[in-house]
Design a protein around this ligand. Structure first.
Ligand code: ZN
Length: 310
């Protein structure tokens, strides 16, 4: 499988012009294609003529090294996107990005300009920033691209904040990451699963991730047994809950139970809203936790009970 390491530059409007469906308009697509052995095959770099936010936003000017005159002669999104798809090719590939925003903004632009979607459901990809965290011992440890380039002593021959350069730096970092961590794929859920058939369940060994379909409302979602169930991520046994699903903020629900063979199990249900139809869907992760995490979870539960009594 090939790796398509992708980076975008975008522009935004001022508060008055901003469109909710597309807050950021892509002005450059850059990508580096690597083969399964991570040798570079080819590069893609195209500017895009903006049609919604036509003038470079003042905040962007100092960051992105692209001027209005650079963009004047560029092609429109539809043309560059179809060239990009041709670049991605027919061989199987996985997108790789630094962080989790690029694939959302790309899909928003694809939708706005009425182009063929990349996917009909959740899009599996590698978040190289997250993988770099795993490489350092904690997936929650997110550092900037600049910091990572410094850390791996990648020679800085090109400017940051030009799409193909940042894609190239990201590709170099990916080469430094232990490939064992590549199993920790991410899912972009700009398109949530439409129905049960498109739902995602992935066993990552030490935790399980499930992405459920959209529900008609939050109440139905959080009371569905499928979502409230707690099972051991190792042996899959259905567990009694010592802590039932509770929430401190109305968005994330937590619950706990214990497997006699594998220890304390925690599940986290994140309720998100699908951008297309505004309906709620859930992302659930289930993992074995240690005593410290168990104590922290119990404290949170106590807090949720006492805040209800107040
Ligand atoms: Zn078990």
């Amino acid at each position: 499988m090939n790796y398509i390491v992708l980076d975008l530059e975008w522009n935004m409007g001022n508060r008055r012009e901003e469109l909710k469906v597309m807050p950021f308009e892509i002005i450059e697509i850059g990508a580096v294609k690597l083969d399964s052995g991570k040798s570079e095959i080819e590069r893609f770099s195209r500017l895009i003529h903006p049609r919604v936010y036509r003038r470079m936003h003042w905040m962007n000017k100092s960051i992105v090294h692209i001027s209005n005159s650079d963009l004047k002669s560029a092609a429109g999104f539809e043309e560059v996107y179809s060239e990009f798809l041709a670049f991605c090719g027919d061989d199987p590939y996985i997108f790789c990005t630094w962080g989790d925003t690029d694939l959302t903004e790309l899909q928003r632009n694809i939708f706005y300009f009425d182009c063929i979607p990349l996917t009909e459901g959740p899009l599996e990809y590698l978040d190289v920033q997250k993988l770099n965290g795993y490489n350092e011992g904690s997936h929650k440890n997110r550092i900037s691209l600049e910091k990572a380039v410094e850390k791996y002593e990648i020679s800085e021959v090109t400017d940051f904040h030009r799409a193909v350069n940042d894609a190239s730096y990201t590709a170099e970092i990916l080469k430094h990451i232990d490939s064992r961590f590549e199993k920790y794929t991410s899912f972009n859920t700009y398109y949530a699963p439409e129905d049960r058939e498109k739902e995602i369940e992935r066993d990552y060994g030490d935790y399980i991730k499930q992405i459920f379909k959209c529900y008609k409302d939050k109440h139905t979602l959080i009371h569905d047994k499928r979502i409230r169930n707690l099972s051991c991520p190792v042996c899959k046994a259905v567990l009694e809950k010592s802590i039932p699903p509770f929430s401190l903020n109305g968005k994330n629900y937590l619950m706990m139970g214990s497997c006699k063979d594998h220890g304390t199990v925690k599940a986290k249900i994140r309720i998100k809203k699908n951008e297309q139809n505004n309906l709620p869907y859930a992302v659930k992760t289930t993992r074995i936790i240690n005593d410290e995490e168990k104590d922290a979870l119990e404290k949170k539960y106590q807090k949720s009970i006492s805040s209800k009594l107040e």
